[in-house]
Design a protein around this ligand. Structure first.
Ligand SMILES: Nc1ncnc2c1ncn2[C@@H]1O[C@H](COP(=O)(O)OP(=O)(O)OP(=O)(O)O)[C@@H](O)[C@H]1O
Ligand SMILES: [Mg+2]
Length: 152
């Protein structure tokens, strides 16, 4: 993102769904109240799959639909509440003000697909996960403030 606060950076190959589950568990173990995880990547890159993996690791056993039309879906897990956003259909960054991200972060954490749609409206200390699907397979590039170093 070319952000000067980016101090942690790591690449995780995601050859299969088990690898995505493992990465989801790692991220889940570090998540606390006030954290935002931005899930970037093209259509089908695996953003929802990783969000589900994080939620599963936190103990969510209900179905996790893609919140494409509702824009946000909330979950209460034993340790903290999670708001799962899919901003693909956000019409403008200003529309973010109505979705309650700030309130959600007061009591829980947020997972945000298509964070680019909310340009300038996301916490600066977020963990960014960029998912890529290439000829040789999927991979995740993680970046964020130094505290996320605990992920590696
Ligand atoms: N690591 C992986 N290995 C193999 N298949 C995967 C992996 N991650 C995701 N997939 C598969 O890729 C497909 C698309 O994944 P997913 O819906 O998570 O993408 P997305 O980035 O959320 O897409 P969209 O932008 O449409 O929301 C699904 O069928 C999923 O099972
Ligand atoms: Mg998705």
């Amino acid at each position: 993102m070319g952000d000067l606060t980016t101090l942690y950076k790591a690449v995780f190959p995601l050859p299969d769904l088990d690898a995505t589950s493992a990465l989801g568990a790692r991220i889940a173990a570090q998540l606390g109240v006030g954290d935002t995880v931005a899930l970037q990547g093209d259509l089908g890159a695996g953003k929802t799959t990783l969000a589900r993996a994080i939620l599963t690791a936190l103990g969510v056993d209900e179905a996790v639909p893609s919140p494409t039309f509702t824009l946000v879906q909330g979950y209460d897990t034993p340790r903290l509440s999670i708001s799962h956003f899919d901003l693909y259909r956000l019409k403008s960054p200003r529309e973010m003000d109505e979705l309650g991200l700030e309130e959600a972060l007061e009591t829980g954490a947020a997972l945000i697909e298509w964070p680019e749609r909310a340009e300038g409206r996301l916490p600066a200390d977020r963990l960014t996960v960029e998912l890529n699907l290439q000829d040789y397979g999927r991979r995740a590039t993680l970046s964020g403030p130094a505290r996320w170093q605990a992920l590696t």
